[in-house]
Design a protein around this ligand. Structure first.
Ligand code: CU
Length: 493
């Protein structure tokens, strides 16, 4: 029995399914059997059942767990707990978000068209919440609209949703309390077709786009701010995002989901893709046209597909310049690069560092650093500060940071516009070792200094490199103890 349990544990870890020791139960047996079936089909290569039908592959959501389920008769039963979450979005930056089951975004739900599902939602937040099923064609009383289709779920309360799903595509769930959305409360809800769409894909990924405004010396997002200094893919900012690993020649789908305040033009290097789906499901092939950038609007989903026929490590990123930065805040201090230039704010004020009040107080709410936010009153003309060339920017408090001098010309300080606010890109920001993981194996030395915000890689690898990374990943995930894994509490029994 113990060896069987050990096998299950390894298997679940290998499949990227996380559960705590508390829930090693029939629930996992159901989940594992279904996932095993999917994986075996995946391994066969063509995944054809012999009648021209091709099975779907499960989606991978890098850095986010899948939500396990148990079968209750013919009903797939899931449990979601709305709760505060501590999340490390880059090494050393742990922030207080709100999410589901210990993760923001919440765990990914995968079902198949025709499934009857039950989702038990428990509210462990200090305030009321409600769960909306975005784009679902379900009875009105299951829609999760607080005040109209149901009462909001009180703190400590529970609501049980149950419906049959006859749709297919990239959907999502989210709190229908607006400010909670800006604390992280969304998750992917993938409805697989009964057989794969043609042409079938070999890899299917999900990326949830989120953004936060977090003042430099506090860990709580300012949900009132309208500009953002932390931009995340699946709850991580570059270089902490986990690359999408693809074997050369595979067909790839990436499902992008946006729930924030901004639209994100997501750009892929080295390939042209077609948009094959929206938040409303599959698009007819007659609408597919080539592109390499897709605008994912707020509350929208976009599926892109391409043949990974160009080997290499290709960037996949939001193309808004400010969305490729981390912890964006202003250069501050009394900057007196030339005479007569107005001095900036003091360090604390200029960076929006809190010394009183809450993140949403009158003093801190509308403004983050220099002129961030509607109604900002702290906007002032500031010169740029001189930057010492050839000086190491090694951070003593972060030993994993790579030691090197910024690449700056000798006359840099006489060039108007230099240094720009947020001069933070380049080799001196590299932290390869701090974000070491199998998926990063073999990336060029210093790569991490150029990845921030909504940035990751699609790594199109030759078979030997691909196999090497997969083996390493399985080994590492097998080693993970259950206590290290994201929390999944089930308290009803
Ligand atoms: Cu963006």
């Amino acid at each position: 029995m113990s060896s069987r349990r050990g096998f299950l544990r390894d298997f679940l870890a290998g499949a990227g399914i996380f559960a705590s020791a508390k829930v090693l139960s029939a629930q996992e047996m159901d989940m594992s059997q279904e996932m095993q079936g999917m994986r075996m089909k995946e391994k066969k290569g063509s995944r054809s059942s012999g009648h021209g039908r091709v099975a779907t592959v499960p989606v991978q959501t890098p850095d986010v767990p899948d939500l396990p389920f148990r079968m209750d008769g013919n009903v797939k039963e899931f449990r979601l707990i709305a709760e505060p979450v501590k999340q490390e979005i880059v090494p050393g930056r742990v922030v207080d978000l709100w999410g589901y089951n210990g993760s923001a975004p919440g765990p990914t739900i995968q079902v198949t068209k025709g499934d009857r599902v039950r989702i038990i939602v428990d509210n462990h937040l200090p305030e009321a919440t409600s769960m909306h099923w975005h784009g679902f064609e379900i009875p009105n009383d299951m829609d999760g609209s607080p005040g109209s289709s149901q009462d909001a779920i009180a703190p400590g309360g529970r609501f049980v949703y149950e419906f049959t799903l006859n749709q297919e595509g990239t959907y999502f769930y989210h709190s229908h309390m607006a400010m909670q959305e800006m604390m992280g409360m969304i998750g992917a809800f993938i409805m697989h077709p009964k057989e794969a769409h043609k042409p079938a894909v070999d890899k299917d990924f999900v990326i949830v786009l989120q953004e936060y405004a977090i003042l430099p010396n506090i860990d709580v997002p300012n949900s009132m701010n309208m500009e953002f200094n932390w931009l995340t893919f699946n709850g991580k900012s570059g270089p902490a995002t986990t690359p999408l690993i693809v074997r050369h020649g595979e067909r790839v789908r990436i499902r992008l989901i946006n729930l924030g305040m901004d639209h994100h033009p997501i750009h892929l290097h080295g390939h042209q893709f077609v948009v094959t789906g929206t938040e409303g499901g599959r698009q007819p092939e007659s609408t597919w046209g080539p592109g390499n950038t897709v605008l994912v609007g707020v509350a929208q989903a976009r599926d892109i597909e391409f043949l990974a026929n160009n080997p290499g490590d290709w960037m996949l990123h939001c193309h808004l310049p400010h969305h490729m930065m981390n912890q964006m805040s202003s250069n501050v201090g009394p900057m007196t690069r030339r005479m007569q230039m107005p001095a900036g704010e003091g360090m604390e004020q200029g960076m929006g560092m809190m010394r009183g009040g809450s993140p949403t107080s009158e003093e801190n709410g509308p403004s983050l650093g220099r002129g961030m936010g509607v109604g900002s009153t702290a906007e002032q003309a500031k010169s740029n500060s001189p930057l010492k060339a050839n000086s190491s920017m090694q951070r003593q408090d972060m030993p994993g940071m790579q030691m090197s001098a910024p690449q700056v010309s000798k006359d840099a300080n006489s060039v108007p516009g230099f240094p720009q606010d947020a001069f933070m890109e380049g080799p001196m920001m590299a932290m390869d070792k701090m974000v070491d993981k199998p998926e990063n194996l073999g990336l060029r030395l210093g790569w991490s200094g150029f990845m921030a915000g909504m940035m990751t890689f699609v790594r199109v690898l030759p078979p030997d490199k691909y196999d090497e990374i997969m083996k390493l990943r399985e080994k590492q995930q097998g080693k993970k103890s259950m206590s290290d894994m994201p929390r999944m509490e089930h308290q009803h029994e």
